[in-house]
Design a protein around this ligand. Structure first.
Ligand code: TRP
Length: 339
């Protein structure tokens, strides 16, 4: 069987939340156990800086938080290489060559970038690095010859861009140096977890998240504030299940599906209070989050060790990316001093 190479990553812009956990982290923990599979997880600090040039400290501080979250959920550095993008300069060098294969019109057409440009309010002052980050993302992926890239729906255009670069490079230089990666999307209802206020997906900007580092009390407080059915006022009132965040979460996290179906019926009929449901959800969530929180607290005591893991991972990543870069430059004929 051919070896599966997985590369994925996150921009370090804050701590990770439950949305990250169900949408990607949990799956990564599973993937690292697969046979014939090598996984690389990149903390994309360089990419995060493309729209945070004025606020670099936020990114620097978030690197360790993201690393702590990774390790706390069970990503194992013995099995998975965790590395820091900025510490692998070969990625930047690859980016420079790939840039020649992509037109300005092409980067401007990327729907995810377009969307971000709209929401970020750059106006006329779009950083060049931001506009071109999908090209650097192609470097991240191809440097490791990744065959599979597990990411969210919003990253589809990045994968398309990467595949185009791979095809163009291999065609122009008449050599199959680069590998076309496949996107691996999360299962349907696991895509993007709704936030506790029901207003949209869980995100820092909406301030509607439950964080993996939140205390027991904080988690409970957030669950007790969760959006349910605004028309379910008295316990005896019939309530709505659709759009009710508590039920959305129970659907995902409650293992006792039979009982859950009973609860839904009861709620719809009337006579089942929100508090009772929320307490049930709280119990389930605490059971999931407590071991993560405890492990994170343990790791926090020795951040030096966590940085060591990132350092070692980055060294490994440099080796692999360096090999690909060498092949790329050889294919391009710019390996002047090899003989
Ligand atoms: N763009 C990704 C995000 O915002 C992060 C990222 C950077 C990434 N490079 C990558 C993801 C390479 C997968 C592969 O989440």
């Amino acid at each position: 069987m051919n070896k599966k190479i997985i590369l994925t990553g996150d921009r370090p812009t804050g701590k990770l939340h439950l949305g990250h956990y169900v949408g990607s982290l949990k799956n990564r923990v599973k993937l690292q156990e697969e046979e014939n599979t090598k996984m690389y997880i990149m903390i994309a600090d360089q990419q995060a800086l493309t729209d945070n040039a004025e606020n670099p400290q936020k990114i620097i501080d978030s690197v360790i938080e993201v690393a702590l979250d990774y390790l706390a959920v069970g990503i194992d550095p013995k099995k998975t290489t965790i590395f820091l993008q900025s510490q692998v300069p070969q990625l930047a060098e690859l980016t420079v060559y790939y840039m020649n294969l992509v037109t300005l019109a092409r980067v401007q057409r990327n729907p995810t970038v377009k969307q971000e440009l709209k929401s970020k309010d750059f106006g006329e002052s779009i950083p060049t690095g931001f506009l071109t980050y999908p090209i650097s993302q192609a470097a991240d992926i191809t440097a490791f010859k990744a065959t599979h890239v597990p990411v969210g729906e919003d990253q589809k255009p990045m994968l398309e861009q990467t595949r185009e670069i791979v095809r163009d490079f291999n065609r122009i230089y008449k050599k199959e140096v680069l590998v076309e990666p496949e996107i691996v999307l999360p299962p349907k209802n696991m895509g993007r977890l709704i936030g506790i206020d029901g207003s949209g997906k869980m995100s820092k900007s909406l301030n509607n998240g439950i964080y993996l580092s939140d205390s027991k009390e904080k988690v409970k407080e957030k669950i007790m504030k969760m959006y349910t059915d605004p028309n379910h006022i008295k316990v005896s009132d019939p309530g709505k299940v659709e759009g009710n965040v508590v039920f959305t979460y129970l659907d995902i996290f409650d293992k006792n599906k039979e009982e859950l179906e009973e609860l839904k019926k009861h709620y719809q009929k009337g006579g089942l209070g929100d508090v009772k449901l929320k307490l049930r959800l709280n119990e389930i969530m605490q059971e999931i989050l407590e071991p993560i929180r405890n492990k994170r607290k343990e790791l926090e005591k020795d951040k030096y060790k966590v940085y060591e893991i990132l350092k070692k991972g980055s060294e490994e990543a440099r080796k692999i990316a360096g090999q690909t870069l060498k092949e790329v430059k050889t294919a391009m004929g710019i390996n002047y001093f090899d003989n």
